[in-house]
Write a protein that binds this ligand. Structure first.
Ligand code: UD1
Length: 382
């Protein structure tokens, strides 16, 4: 049984998945410190997280490539385990500027684990991706499927997985989970936190939601001539709240030294047209679409075998496609422009964090940087 005061560092905690992971941790009684460089996220998400949970967390504006900053956070906050989500994640972008992906993802993770080693924090849950499997040789994809990512983003995830395995081979104290995500969608049922893509969304659900609310005219469906039941691409969409609970299960089940590699998916494949119809039903809005050429690099179908997640973690997803669409729609409806325009509040945070630990944590990385000083108000950040 873990102590209620156990402190977890969440890198990339202000983002879409990170904010839901923070909710899961706070609700389970963990204390949380979030490290984020805010390169693709908005710290308003953490304000919302705190109001949902009625508890505070600590925010540090820092970058995983800065080993000393991470080390200071680990030591001053008394961190016992890390959930590592920070990184670049756009497949197309990774083809254009691969070195940024290697620097942020691979080098960043190397610096993070170096700092962890120095601070003797050796429990890590890493955000990997089903993209490491590449083009499926068989379905559903189990964890033994060959690994052959088809783009630089996917290759950085694979390099990191291998690096973490080597680390475990070198030192029996490490306990690491590589979680291979399928397609996270949906939002917290409150509608207060959700996915807030900058610019034109790459992924299907945010695009569908923006069409439904009238921000975009119509959806382009990339191909309807695949060898799938209706010809459109099939994916394993998983509710982000289920995904977040998978992280909690991983954290709790890292009892043995070594690496645990687990798919986080539902095991169900849904087509692009299934999504359009389900979203229309959930929202009561129409989602006009047009069929276009296939998108380069897409596969016909990709879905998980989630059996091992149940065996290893006692975890499985529970939320339906209808719920994913309904929750995604609630978020979209309540936040038509995402977090944009939401004023950061500096007061009114619920202060549940032990003040003594909070101030020790905050003062350790005082640098004069305006964002960091704001972060020291703690809790109410992001
Ligand atoms: C993509 C990434 C993957 C990442 C995942 C997370 C690629 C090749 N892969 O997967 O690495 O882990 O997102 O979310 O980009 N679609 C349309 N119109 C759109 C957008 C998508 O028809 O405007 C279709 C796609 O062709 C695909 C399906 O919807 O069949 C899902 O696409 P998307 O949401 O981009 O996810 P993936 O391609 O599976």
């Amino acid at each position: 049984m873990r102590k209620l005061s156990e402190m977890i560092l969440v890198t990339g905690g202000t983002g879409y998945i990170g904010s839901h992971v923070c909710i899961a941790l706070l609700d389970a009684g963990f204390d949380v410190v979030v490290l984020d460089n805010l390169s693709n996220s908005n710290q308003t998400s953490l304000e919302r997280v705190q109001s949902i949970c009625g508890r505070s967390l600590v925010f540090r504006h820092a970058d995983i490539r800065h080993e000393e900053a991470i080390h200071a956070i680990l030591r001053s906050c008394g961190v016992t385990a890390v959930i590592h989500l920070a990184g670049l994640k756009a497949v197309g972008d990774s083809n254009v500027r691969p070195l940024s992906y290697y620097e942020n993802n691979v080098l960043g993770t190397m610096r993070l684990v170096s700092a962890m080693k120095r601070a003797n924090v050796k429990t890590l849950v890493f955000s990997s991706s089903a993209t490491v499997y590449g083009i499926p040789k068989y379905l559903p994809l189990d964890e033994k499927h060959p690994l052959c990512p088809t783009n630089p983003y996917g290759r950085t995830k694979l390099v990191i997985e291998e690096m973490l395995k080597d680390l475990c081979r070198s030192d029996d104290d490490w306990r690491i989970a590589n979680l291979r995500y399928f397609n996270p969608v949906g939002a917290h049922e409150s509608g207060l936190v959700g996915e807030d893509p900058l610019g034109l969304p790459d992924n299907l659900l945010p695009f569908v939601a923006q069409v439904a609310i009238g921000r975009r005219e119509k959806l382009q469906i990339w191909g309807n001539d695949y060898d799938t039941p209706d010809g459109t691409g099939v994916r394993d969409f998983i509710h982000v709240v289920d995904l977040a609970s998978g992280h909690l299960s991983a954290l709790r089940n890292l009892r043995q030294p070594g690496v645990l590699t687990v798919n986080l998916g539902t095991g169900n494949g849904s087509s692009v047209l299934d999504i359009v119809r389900t979203f229309e039903a959930a929202s009561g809005r129409s989602v006009p679409y047009e069929i276009k050429e296939r998108r380069a690099g897409d596969v016909a179908a990709c879905y998980a075998d989630p059996t091992f997640a149940m065996e290893a973690l006692g975890w499985k997803s529970t939320r339906s496609l209808e719920q994913m669409c309904a929750d995604h729609w609630r978020w979209q409806l309540q936040n038509p422009d995402g977090y944009h325009g939401s004023a950061l509040s500096k007061t009114g945070a619920v202060q549940a964090f032990p003040p003594s630990r909070m101030s020790a944590c905050a003062s350790a990385i005082r640098t004069g940087d305006a964002e960091r000083i704001r972060g020291e108000h703690t809790a109410h950040q992001r």
